[in-house]
Design a binder for this molecule. Structure first.
Ligand SMILES: NC(=O)C1=CN([C@@H]2O[C@H](COP(=O)(O)OP(=O)(O)OC[C@H]3O[C@@H](n4cnc5c(N)ncnc54)[C@H](O)[C@@H]3O)[C@@H](O)[C@H]2O)C=CC1
Ligand SMILES: O=C(O)[C@H]1O[C@H](OP(=O)(O)OP(=O)(O)OC[C@H]2O[C@@H](n3ccc(=O)[nH]c3=O)[C@H](O)[C@@H]2O)[C@H](O)[C@@H](O)[C@@H]1O
Length: 380
């Protein structure tokens, strides 16, 4: 029986592993975390996060081939495939503070894997990480490898909060990046076989490691860029008497542009857009590409502009903005009782604009995630 262990029972680790477990009954999946309250919640009737459909999936396989445990080392040692789905917030101090991703949690997970492993492992980057992180992780794992073979794969997650189970059941694509060596390709194939239980082969994309790592940051940057573009347009609409929802609808009808992610809003919130674009900006700067860095920085600047003009000039959202956000509101989130640092999710992730004060609190969640340790891997 193939054994999978996922380090990090968070918003990504929990639902992702639950879906693997339900789709692959012959695979044993154990999700581990250093947070006992979080693991207790996963083992209880009140899961630590709410996502439509999640309860049913967990109840169907928990105790059969899906387990949640704080015995991190035991399950890592026993696993064939280890997903690492720990948090990667923005660094709050040191080199790159305010922009770079803090890989402290990742680094600590990698050291622990190296310490406890006694057999060959496939280590999968599930967290969103800077391009070239696998190189640094590889160094940690192989530093004192005791003859163990490690293959590192990048398999970024694209789920959105509120539609996590739907996104996992029917992903637009699954992306797997690996080394272009026989060992690397064998590992890619092994992970591909897991997803092939329910994802059509044509939707499983395999690439080199760096393309997979960078594609995740690029996808979030492109999505956020669309929102900043339509929000910038909303300011011009207000100045000219045009209606941004009409403009958005009209341009979205162009099949080359498409209608999704064109809702004007009071600025994007959610858990990752800001941190991932800041990370992208930092990577561009580190690679001597200031023009490219400034281009992506502008997406954040427009978002800040939209948030500030919304909160300073309006007591309630302008009608053009509320009208633009017509999709179904979502009510997902982490339970208020969650004990992990990123404990609560405001309604900011909803596609429908909440009233101003709630929306501005969305930035608080990003800030809330910016808790971090002190050491950082610098793979750049
Ligand atoms: N939340 C989302 O919608 C999405 C998040 N991502 C990315 O996935 C990654 C994880 O995000 P979330 O699941 O939202 O984070 P989270 O904060 O909900 O969960 C991370 C978990 O990892 C645990 N952890 C940290 N270090 C550990 C260690 N050394 N050993 C064991 N457990 C450890 C924490 O206790 C926490 O429960 C991040 O890189 C994020 O950018 C990607 C796609 C969607
Ligand atoms: O890496 C991540 O964490 C995830 O980030 C986003 O998911 P999420 O932040 O959960 O939620 P979204 O539905 O994408 O919304 C993000 C923000 O954009 C805003 N938004 C979205 C769409 C739109 O048209 N206008 C708009 O302002 C939302 O209100 C919200 O504040 C991406 O959609 C996921 O694919 C990605 O995996």
């Amino acid at each position: 029986m193939v054994k999978i262990c996922c380090i990090g029972a968070g918003y990504v680790g929990g639902p992702t592993m639950a879906v693997i477990a339900i789709k692959c009954p012959a695979i044993e999946v154990v999700v581990v975390d250093i947070s006992k309250p979080r693991i207790d919640a996963w083992n209880s009737d009140t899961l630590p996060i709410y996502e439509p459909g999640l309860d049913d999936v967990v109840k169907a396989c928990r105790g059969k081939n899906l387990f949640f445990s704080t015995d991190v080392e035991k399950h890592v040692a026993e696993a064939d495939i280890i997903f690492v789905s720990v948090n990667t917030p923005t660094k709050t101090r040191g080199l790159g503070a305010g922009k770079a991703a803090d890989l402290t949690y990742w680094e600590s997970a990698a050291r622990m894997i190296a310490d406890v492993s006694k057999s060959d492992k496939i280590v999968v980057e599930k967290s969103t990480v800077p391009v070239k992180t696998a190189e640094a992780i590889e160094k940690i794992l192989t530093h004192n490898s005791k003859g163990i073979n490690y293959q590192i794969l990048s398999n970024p997650e694209f789920l959105a909060e509120g539609t996590a189970i739907e996104d996992l059941f029917k992903p637009d694509r699954v992306l797997i990046g690996g080394r272009e060596t026989p060992g690397g390709q064998k590992a890619v194939q092994a992970l591909k076989e897991v997803y092939a239980h329910w994802v059509p082969e044509e939707n499983i994309i395999t690439t080199n490691l760096w393309s997979a790592e960078l594609s995740k940051l690029a996808a979030n940057a492109f999505l956020a860029q669309r929102i900043s573009s339509v929000n910038a347009m909303s300011a011009l609409c207000e100045a000219t008497g045009a209606n941004v929802s009409e403009v958005s609808y009209a341009i979205g009808k162009d099949s080359r542009i498409g209608p999704k992610f064109l809702n004007a809003s009071v600025g994007f919130g959610g858990s990752c857009f800001q941190k991932d674009i800041l990370n992208l900006v930092y990577i561009c700067e580190c690679n001597g590409l200031p023009e490219v860095a400034n281009y992506w920085k502008q997406v954040i600047k427009i978002n800040d502009y939209q948030k500030s003009r919304s909160s300073t000039t309006c007591r309630s959202p302008p009608s053009c903005l509320t009208a633009a956000t017509s999709s179904t509101p979502r009510s997902s989130g982490r339970s208020a009782s969650s004990s992990t640092p990123s404990a609560s999710r405001s309604t900011a992730g909803s596609r429908t604009c909440p009233p101003w004060p709630k929306f501005t609190s969305s930035a608080g969640r990003i800030g809330g995630r910016a808790r971090s340790g002190l050491t950082v891997i610098h793979s750049l």
